[in-house]
Structure formats: C-alpha cells, structure tokens
Design a protein around this ligand. Structure first.
Ligand SMILES: Cc1cc2nc3c(=O)[nH]c(=O)nc-3n(C[C@H](O)[C@H](O)[C@H](O)COP(=O)(O)OP(=O)(O)OC[C@H]3O[C@@H](n4cnc5c(N)ncnc54)[C@H](O)[C@@H]3O)c2cc1C
Length: 373
C-alpha cells in the first residue's frame, strides 16, 4: 500500500496540467503525488486517434502549461505529434507517470482518506484529481434492429480511416466534427454516403473566438451545476465551416437526413417508408465521461450527473474532476488542472506554494519537423 497526498488518475491534457501545477506548488512526483494512466504510451486519448486526423485538421489544440508545442508538421498524424509532445513534457517536468495502471475503484479508506485500487496496486490519498476523459466510453444510441445489421458497424473510437470503406455504401451517424471529417474523407472513396443526424446541424461562420468559446462553456457549466450529465463542449460550439466543408456541401455530401427509426439487415429505414441500403454504418455519436471507478463514492445526483463547484465534486471536496463537462477541451483541461490544484492545496493546508524542485524547464518542444531543419 502506498500513501500519498494526491492521486491524479489519467495522463491526458487534464491530468498532465494538474501534475504540472502540483509540481509547481511543491508537491514531489512519486512521493507526494502520483499520476496513474492506463494507456500504454504518453499522449492521452490522442494516441488512439485515427491516422488521417492530422495535426493540421485538429482545431484549437492548446499547448500544455509551461511548454509550447511549436512548428509541428500539419501533415503528420495528431496521434504522433501530440504523443511526442506529451512524452517530452512528462520528461521535462519529471512527472513520473505510472503506466499502464488502470484504476478500477476509488472508495473510502475509513480514516478520511481515499483508497485508489488499480490492477497493479493500491494507493491511499488525501485528495483525488480525476482526469480520465471520455475516450474509453464510446456511446452508440439504442436503435431497434441494430444487432440484425449484416454489414459492418464502426464507432469513431475504432475508425480505421477512409480506405477501409472504398467502394461501399456508408451511413455516417452524428452531428459533430468527427462525423463531418469521417464523411468528407469516406465520400471520396465510397460508392455512396448518407449523413444522418439527430438534430439539424448548426454550421458556424467566422473565427471561433474567446466570446463564443466562453458562451459554449457556460452552457455546459449550467448543466453540471444542476447535477445533469454534461454535454460535450464541442456539441454546443456548432460546426465551424471550413473551405473543405463548403466544397463538400456544394457537392451534396453534407446533405443531412434525420435519424432513422430502425436498422435492418440491409441498411436503415425511416418511419415514412424511406430506406437506404448500406454496407457500413459509422457511429460518430460521441462519448460519455469515464467515471465508473468513482461509483463507490456515490457522487452522482438523481439527474445522473455529478454536481460540481468549479472542479470540486459537491458531494466530496476531496474529489476533483478535470477534463469533465465544461473543461472537456484542451484549453478547459489546462485551466481545470490549475483550479483543481489550487483547491487541493487549500484542502491540504498547503496554500503557500513550496519551491518547485529544480528541473529542466524548456519553454518549447521541438517537433520532428523543426529538428530536421
Ligand atoms: C476526435 C476528437 C477530437 C478532438 N479535437 C479537439 C480539438 O481540436 N481541440 C480541443 O481543444 N479539444 C479537442 N477534443 C477534446 C479534447 O481531446 C479533450 O477534451 C482534451 O484532450 C482533454 O483530455 P483529457 O485529459 O480530459 O482526456 P484524455 O486525453 O482522454 O486522457 C485521459 C487519460 O486517462 C486514462 N484513463 C482513463 N480511464 C482510466 C482509469 N480507470 N485508470 C487510469 N487511467 C485512465 C486514459 O487512458 C487517458 O490516457 C477532441 C476530442 C475528440 C474525441
């Protein structure tokens, strides 16, 4: 059994930002705090994203605090660029992430501490920063007949890239950025594509500036304050219109149909009798927060969500959720890490930051592109 002051679960953007602020506040990695991550490599969920999601197609990726990601080659997969960047970040700040370590349950230890049980060991801690993201909980809506479909069903989480759909009739379901990106690239190689969304998609023009970002975050925050399950930040920001999307719209690729009523072995059907034959259905229908391991703490409200004040769980001030709800974006995760550490410092009576340990503190990380110059 290991005893620490803070356990951070997850080493994506939110977990690393938290670890960074803990370290800056004088908490020693490996002794005062540990970061546990179930992924095999640095990169958080980015390491699993499909190869055609290049760095240039990612919109609004914010660097982690204290070290800029500069001059990345926009043509390289974001999984590689961000995986390398996170690895360099962990090394530079000596964050000593333990992986692969999967946390299975967090429960009361009985002495005011929490007990964090994982597949490789158990920790007791005075505070927990949960930064487990959503990637491990893909969501597919219940639709009658789904199990009868004779073709292939793929969720974004296992999206293999467009080539796997060459010559097929493909139905893409979902109204977010991932759905549109899948649709655009599949439409170039498929025999036919059909786009289906629950709600009418909202395309937004112009830059996604701070005001729009703030308004979107406020919408998600309101739900979390009311103890309701959060909607993703991306779902309230609309779809920023790009040149590529404009061309696809003119070509008819972005013509959207409402959600179908059922799935048959041959395809999908609507109540009005319309039907589309399909070889593949791609579910770009989002994710849900990975919080099952927190179930023993009974943090959920009757509405199904965890009510929060800032990053703090209303039912347990020892628990902070970062990258959850309103902070489920790279910039939100950065800020949430800072907020959570401030609160944890207060909780543990360490409000005056200690002196960070000496360590290499580069301001920028050179990506392969700059290194090759
Ligand atoms: C396809 C896609 C594209 C996106 N594009 C953008 C964008 O362009 N700009 C933007 O700002 N945001 C974007 N986002 C959102 C953004 O990626 C995340 O909100 C942000 O990176 C925050 O990451 P995180 O640290 O919360 O989670 P993650 O990156 O998912 O990291 C969570 C980590 O926790 C680990 N973990 C999970 N469960 C456990 C457990 N039980 N025990 C131990 N470890 C565990 C996981 O293995 C993972 O390493 C995108 C999201 C998706 C799905």
């Amino acid at each position: 059994m290991n005893d620490v002051e803070v356990v951070v679960v997850g080493a994506g953007q939110a977990g690393l930002s938290s670890a960074h602020h803990l370290r800056r506040s004088g908490f020693r990695p490996g002794r005062d705090f540990v970061v546990l991550d179930r992924s095999p490599r640095p990169g958080g969920a980015w390491q699993f994203r499909w190869p055609t999601l290049t760095y240039g197609r990612v919109h609004g990726m914010h660097s982690l605090p204290g070290m800029e990601l500069t001059d990345a080659d926009p043509a390289r997969p974001s999984s590689e660029v961000i995986g390398e960047y996170f690895a360099a970040y962990e090394r530079a700040f000596d964050l000593r992430v333990l992986r692969p370590v999967r946390v299975r349950a967090v429960r009361e230890a009985g002495d005011g501490r929490l007990r964090v049980e994982s597949d490789t060991g158990t920790w007791t801690t005075r505070a927990l920063i949960n930064a487990t993201g959503t990637w491990d909980r893909p969501f597919v809506p219940r639709v009658p007949g789904r199990e009868t479909f004779a073709g292939r069903q793929t969720h974004t989480v296992r999206y293999p890239g467009p080539d796997a759909f060459a010559g097929e009739r493909v139905v893409v379901v979902g109204g977010g950025t991932s759905a549109v990106q899948h649709l655009l690239e599949i439409s170039r190689v498929a025999a036919a594509t059909t786009w289906v969304t629950r709600r009418e998609p909202v395309f937004t023009e112009g830059p996604f500036d701070e005001d729009r970002g703030r308004a979107a975050v406020a919408l998600v925050e309101e739900r979390v304050r009311d103890g309701l399950p959060p909607r993703s930040v991306v779902s309230v920001t609309g779809l920023p219109m790009t040149e590529e999307m404009r061309r696809a719209r003119e070509a008819g690729v972005l013509r959207r149909l409402p959600m179908f009523a059922r799935i048959t072995p041959e395809g999908v059907e609507w109540d009005d009798g319309n039907a589309v034959a399909a070889d593949s259905i791609v579910w770009a229908t989002g994710f849900r927060p990975v919080i099952d391991h927190l179930a023993p703490l009974r943090l959920r409200e009757p509405g199904g969500g965890i009510r929060m004040t800032g990053t703090e769980a209303a039912r347990d001030p020892r628990v902070h959720l970062v990258g959850y709800g309103p902070s489920a974006s790279t910039i939100g995760a950065n800020r949430a890490g800072r907020t959570a550490v401030r609160a944890v410092r207060d909780l543990l009576g360490r409000s005056r930051p200690g002196r960070p340990e000496a360590g290499r503190r580069p301001e920028r990380v050179a990506t392969r592109k700059t290194a090759a110059r």
